[in-house]
Design a protein around this ligand. Structure first.
Ligand SMILES: Cc1cc2nc3c(=O)[nH]c(=O)nc-3n(C[C@H](O)[C@H](O)[C@H](O)COP(=O)(O)OP(=O)(O)OC[C@H]3O[C@@H](n4cnc5c(N)ncnc54)[C@H](O)[C@@H]3O)c2cc1C
Length: 392
């Protein structure tokens, strides 16, 4: 956990360290040795938007030719693709949450050992411990881990996704749930991801070689029933300042709203810190809490107002008090994506008029996530290349 300092400055520092090496990413990114040298380590920051996808892409494109960093930008776009895809199919998230609740009430042979990293399968146990200790795993390791969980340990994919969600600093409803479904063969019907001993040996530099210990011939999981596809909500990407007295409510999903709000925009109060309405372990919860507190203070300085931490107590009451004390006529929020925060807003609405905003990155790219990643990549990357999606 110490590897990641929860602040915007730490996010920018990490980005600056990575940018000169971005062109080497294509060749190094699949190697998952102890130090993960080829990858950026930016996900806990991008996940909370301590630094945004647009800022990250702009920084690498300012330094390199598009072709040299295309692979890296494609990977950043996977996050956007998953988000847009889930936004149009919120039923997948609802079903996952319900499945987790149901499966948690049943007993599963080997689940406790899998969650403790005590299965006897050396590589898997090592990664489970690493996840618990660091709150981070390399992408290739996440793929192997999920595949072993589903096809070798034969545990329900939903509980594996839940295990990840509780421990990852970058836990993300879209990237996590949909990647687990992808490994299981539920995203692209009939296409699953099988971890192979030889691949693990090669990309861990010979550190692990689980030859003969993995199920390398499993079939994909049976298909789930489809969920309805819903239109993307129409949320503006700009705000005009009509002089109203307003508060800004921070969500853990977007902690750099200064890059979205117009420079002259006025805010009279900032609040944030409501704890995640979904179960997580203490390390990730502390990371998120500290990131919110740091951002609240930073933004309070920027807008010349007060930051009110809302870490304890009843969510609705705390918000009502804050809005009443500030005399706010409206509350600004950056619309959370499909996941626990959006559900919480729908089930217990903010007790005050709310104005929502969505980043133009999301508005511009989400519509291309209606189908497979190939379609998204073709349309989205072209726009990023042309810099027609240039605002945050
Ligand atoms: C089973 C499984 C579960 C996952 N769960 C999560 C999760 O909860 N939260 C999360 O942020 N990512 C998740 N990922 C995606 C990916 O593994 C991480 O984003 C990546 O490992 C983060 O490390 P990095 O920033 O060093 O990656 P880099 O390789 O440096 O990538 C740069 C950025 O691109 C994006 N990115 C890269 N690969 C992917 C990918 N496969 N899918 C989506 N975005 C990607 C991330 O924003 C990342 O920060 C999961 C992948 C798998 C296979």
């Amino acid at each position: 956990v110490n590897r990641f300092t929860p602040s915007r400055q730490a996010a920018l520092d990490r980005l600056n360290q990575f940018v000169p090496h971005a062109a080497e990413y294509t060749f190094n990114r699949n190697f998952a040795d102890e130090r993960c040298p080829g990858v950026s380590g930016l996900s806990p920051y991008i996940r909370h938007r301590l630094v945004s996808e647009a800022e990250v892409c702009r920084a690498v494109l300012d330094r390199h030719r598009f072709e040299a960093v295309e692979k890296f930008i494609q990977e950043v776009c996977w996050r956007t693709y998953w988000k847009g895809w889930l936004e149009m199919r919120p039923g997948i998230w609802d079903r996952y949450v319900e499945d987790c609740r149901r499966l948690r009430q049943q007993s599963h042979v080997g689940l406790a050992e899998a969650e403790a990293g005590q299965t006897g399968l050396e590589c898997y146990d090592h990664w489970a411990q690493e996840l618990i200790e660091n709150g981070y795993l390399h992408n290739h390791v996440r793929m192997w881990f999920a595949s072993i969980w589903i096809f070798t340990l034969k545990l329900p994919w939903q509980l594996g996704a839940d295990f990840f969600y509780r421990h990852l600093l970058d836990a993300d409803p879209a990237s996590n749930t949909l990647s687990w479904r992808w490994v299981a063969g539920l995203h692209t019907p009939g296409k699953h991801y099988l971890a192979r001993a030889e691949n693990i040996r090669k990309f861990t530099g010979g550190h692990f070689n689980p030859h003969g210990q993995l199920n390398e011939s499993a079939s994909p999981l049976p298909q789930e029933s489809p969920v309805p596809v819903v239109p993307l909500p129409d949320i503006p990407s700009t705000l005009d300042d009509d002089g109203r007295r307003r508060g800004l409510l921070l969500f853990a999903e977007d902690l750099s709203p200064e890059s979205v709000l117009p420079p002259s925009f006025t805010i009279q109060g900032i609040a944030g810190g409501l704890s995640e309405p979904f179960s997580r372990e203490k390390g990730p919860e502390d990371f998120t809490g500290a990131a919110i507190a740091e951002s609240g203070k930073r933004l309070a300085g920027r807008f010349g107002c007060e930051f009110t931490p809302l870490f304890n107590g009843n969510r609705q009451e705390a918000l009502k008090d804050w809005a009443a004390r500030g005399g706010f006529e409206e509350i600004i929020i950056i619309q959370p994506h499909t996941g626990p925060w959006k559900t919480a807003l729908e089930t217990s609405p903010i007790p005050c008029p709310v104005r929502r905003i969505r980043r133009s990155w999301d508005s511009g790219l989400f519509p291309f996530a209606s189908r497979g990643y190939f379609h998204f990549k073709k349309q989205g990357l072209q726009r990023i290349h042309e810099r027609s999606i240039s605002r945050p």
